[in-house]
Design a protein around this ligand. Structure first.
Ligand SMILES: Cc1cc2nc3c(=O)[nH]c(=O)nc-3n(C[C@H](O)[C@H](O)[C@H](O)COP(=O)(O)OP(=O)(O)OC[C@H]3O[C@@H](n4cnc5c(N)ncnc54)[C@H](O)[C@@H]3O)c2cc1C
Ligand SMILES: NC(=O)c1ccc[n+]([C@@H]2O[C@H](COP(=O)([O-])OP(=O)(O)OC[C@H]3O[C@@H](n4cnc5c(N)ncnc54)[C@H](O)[C@@H]3O)[C@@H](O)[C@H]2O)c1
Length: 483
């Protein structure tokens, strides 16, 4: 049972925030830091999906996996690092990183940040009014300036015969399971699918990854999915592309599940993870009381203000607006929305909403960074080659084999990886960068600065990477471009 600390407080606030995930916390914090009173309402755990069933537990499961893989590629360590992972220790490490699914620390942080907190299920009840069901009681809150819906997303399950009765895993079970299923089927080759297939395979499950398309990580550069599929296969997972699941059965409650494929083939597994995307948590937050459709993603402008709501008091920030379903991007939007809410509360009418302005979440469309924590890691920012071409840019695609970089060779024996930069030929700046290979995640911010800063390639030539680091790939990419 989560802690029950909450603020009796007043009932009228400058800003009311629905949902205390990373996004909601940051909206409230920004608003408060800019002089507004703020209250946040949370129905489950303060910290949201990210802290308890997403980023934190998944990365805590994956870190030992990638550390062991790296160590096995270092001469002198191969033997020592070849033992199986200590499953109990890895799961305990994961449990510690989720604070054992207790949010006392995060509730304390709200308090220290001067943000009032109400635990309960919130829903809109007409303009600027929020009703919170707090157990047996209801509490009514009123906002002077803004209400921010930051209720996030949940796993989306396909409508398949037998699926609900078969009790499939979603990302929640995949990140919080207390034992290793001997056989695990993973459906979906997106980020959740590949990360969880990597983690549970390394922890000992026999993993079958079922993908209906032609490859893994379809939203990224094709070589990313290819290298991750190759590594998963080498690790002993079965990666099957071009297959669709048509039904799932679990005849005995404690027995195995059977996954039926479109060709009639059946696969038996102890657990079946559906990693098939997300749905907005907006079905029961009272959208209908303000003229919006329940269960839909909130359509917002670049200040994260919801379109089509009279007087512009409603904001939708984080996963719920479907702009970029990532914690860091939700927190970025929260900083932008918080600044816009405060400016509007002060009566400012000419907000700085131009490209890269203080009140515009420009990076959401131009420079979203993402790291997939598989072995090898995938790190990307901005547009892929296909996206840049589709957007009508005149581009040049520059590739380099990361294995040929001295720092990569030192990092790991037989280092395998690849880098790509997409150059906007008209402006000679970068539109996107992708790295695939061990440890490239920590390289990504250099690319994010280059893309978001629209750093001219002539100036990047003067950004000298230290020798012998993996970052020397920058020099190789620029040399390849210049010829
Ligand atoms: C397995 C997995 C791994 C991930 N790993 C990463 C990663 O490594 N890096 C990364 O950047 N992103 C990652 N993500 C994505 C990341 O988790 C989300 O983008 C992030 O959690 C979104 O934050 P949010 O605050 O918008 O929503 P959430 O974190 O979903 O928080 C929303 C909060 O609102 C509450 N809420 C909902 N309805 C109500 C209501 N009616 N009243 C009161 N409270 C309500 C919920 O209980 C929840 O606490 C991962 C996602 C998954 C599924
Ligand atoms: N490291 C990270 O940054 C990280 C990690 C995990 C999740 N996330 C975020 O969480 C979000 C959700 O991740 P996700 O992997 O669930 O979604 P996703 O949209 O990335 O991938 C879902 C995949 O499932 C496939 N799919 C959908 N329906 C299917 C069906 N019926 N049968 C088979 N395949 C089907 C889709 O084609 C898609 O490739 C993503 O937006 C991601 O950015 C980020």
């Amino acid at each position: 049972m989560p802690g029950t600390t909450e603020t009796a407080g007043q009932d009228t606030y400058d800003v009311i925030v629905l949902g205390a995930g990373p996004t909601g916390e940051n909206v409230a914090d920004r608003a408060h830091a800019l002089g507004l009173s703020a209250v946040i309402v949370e129905s489950e755990l303060v910290g949201g999906e990210c802290s308890y069933w997403a980023c934190m537990p998944s990365k805590a499961l994956l870190r030992p996996v990638t550390a062991r893989a790296d160590a096995r590629r270092v001469p002198g360590l191969h033997q020592a690092a070849s033992a199986p992972l200590d499953t109990k220790a890895v799961l305990a490490h994961r449990d510690a990183f989720t604070s054992h699914w207790k949010d006392d620390g995060q509730v304390q942080w709200l308090d220290s940040a001067g943000i009032d907190f109400v635990r309960g299920k919130a829903r809109l009840d007409g303009p600027r009014r929020v009703v919170v069901a707090t157990g047996a009681d209801e509490r009514v809150l009123t906002a002077r300036h803004a209400v921010a819906v930051c209720t996030g997303s949940r796993a989306l399950l396909p409508d398949l015969p037998g699926l609900t009765a078969a009790r499939p895993w979603t990302s929640r079970e995949a990140t919080s399971a207390q034992s290793v299923p001997p056989r695990l089927v993973v459906v979906g080759g997106g980020v959740v699918g590949v990360e969880m297939a990597t983690a549970w395979r390394a922890l000992g499950s026999a993993v079958t990854l079922l993908v209906r398309g032609g490859g893994l990580l379809p939203k990224m550069e094709p070589f990313a999915g290819e290298l991750v599929a190759e590594a998963l296969t080498e690790a002993g997972a079965a990666v099957r592309t071009g297959v669709s699941v048509t039904a799932v059965r679990r005849e005995m409650p404690n027995g195995p599940a059977t996954v039926v494929l479109d060709g009639g083939e059946q696969i038996v597994a102890d657990e079946v993870l559906f990693a098939t995307g997300r749905a907005p948590r907006t079905d029961d937050v009272g959208l209908e009381t303000v003229g919006l459709e329940p269960g839909t993603w909130l359509e917002v402008d670049d200040t994260c203000r919801v379109r089509g709501v009279a007087d512009g008091w409603l904001y939708g920030v984080g996963d719920v607006n479907h702009r970029a379903l990532l914690t860091h991007q939700g927190k970025y939007q929260a900083r932008i929305a918080g600044a816009a809410i405060a400016a509007r509360a002060q009566g400012t009418t000419d907000l700085d909403t131009g490209r890269w302005g203080a009140h515009a979440a420009t990076a959401d469309t131009a420079a979203v960074p993402q790291v997939v924590f598989t072995d090898p890691e995938v790190a990307s920012v901005g547009l892929t080659a296909a996206e840049a071409e589709h957007a009508g840019h005149r581009t040049r695609v520059v590739d380099h084999d990361l294995g040929n970089v001295a720092g990569a060779g030192l990092y790991a024996d037989g280092y395998r990886g690849r880098a790509r930069m997409i150059v906007d030929q008209d402006r000679e700046v970068l539109l996107g960068v992708t790295f695939v290979g061990p440890a490239v995640g920590e390289l990504l911010h250099s690319a994010t600065v280059a893309v978001a800063g629209e750093v001219p390639l002539d100036r990047l030539w003067h950004a000298v990477p230290a020798y012998p680091t993996i970052s020397e790939v920058w020099l190789r990419l620029l040399e390849t471009y210049r010829g």
